[in-house]
Design a protein around this ligand. Sequence first.
Ligand SMILES: [Zn+2]
Length: 277
Amino acid sequence: MVARKFLVRHNDASFNVDYDTDDGFEVFKFQLFSLTSVPPDEQKIVGDDDQGNRIVSDDSDLSKICDKLQLVSINEGTVSTGAKENEELLKSDEEFARMLQAEEEAFLLQQYAAGEDSELQQRLRPYLTQIDMYEDPIRQETARKTVSVEELEEKALVSLAKEGNFKPSKAEQDHAFLLQLLFWFKKTFRWVNAPPCEGCGGGTTNQGMGTPLPSEIQYGASRVELYRCNSCSRITRFPRYNDPLKLVETREGRCGEWANCFTLYCRAFGYEARLVG
Ligand SMILES: [Zn+2]
């Protein structure tokens, strides 16, 4: 294999492309597709050096061609701008979705071609997944349904009135509501050290970690703590769920579960939230 670094010019932009000759020309074209959105079959790639413009094709030896390339879209030259815009507008949603899908796949292929995810990507990915969950309309709706909104709004207005504020602004009302939401959350979410026995409700003792069940992994519990009952010896599982949707239902955990679940409530009511490292 030969690792190459190409500088590819397209329109007014330049792209750095890391390429491994083992991957083949097709992968290279998909890499360019993910960077420029020019589909592989519309790509004309030419060497961009002082030896003249030589077209790069399937027959070219990618380990030897010069490292400055230029990408031309074959379509752009033939379709006038106006016609192209019309064409874009006429594209059905389905076609558009297919195009996005193709770009996504090209992006993944490029990542694959570039080798393993970088360490940074590996560290960021779980957080991105988590943030997607907070923005999910279904999770937000499920969280909102557990809250008696009118009651909290009433309490918020009462608390403002007690401070002598009878005509609160929208921002003041939002702030007071958030406080009431927090008080309510603290009352309804349970802190767990050792969970009570599922059978008799007695005290339990930690027995180490167990193997997560599919139903637990489904909600992000890759860690499951096991507790043995001090009276009846029954084992009670404590899955450490990561999916706030599940936490809305179980309403228990330690600091991680508290922060995770309340963040979903914040987003469900339109409050800004951010991850602090
Ligand atoms: Zn028990």
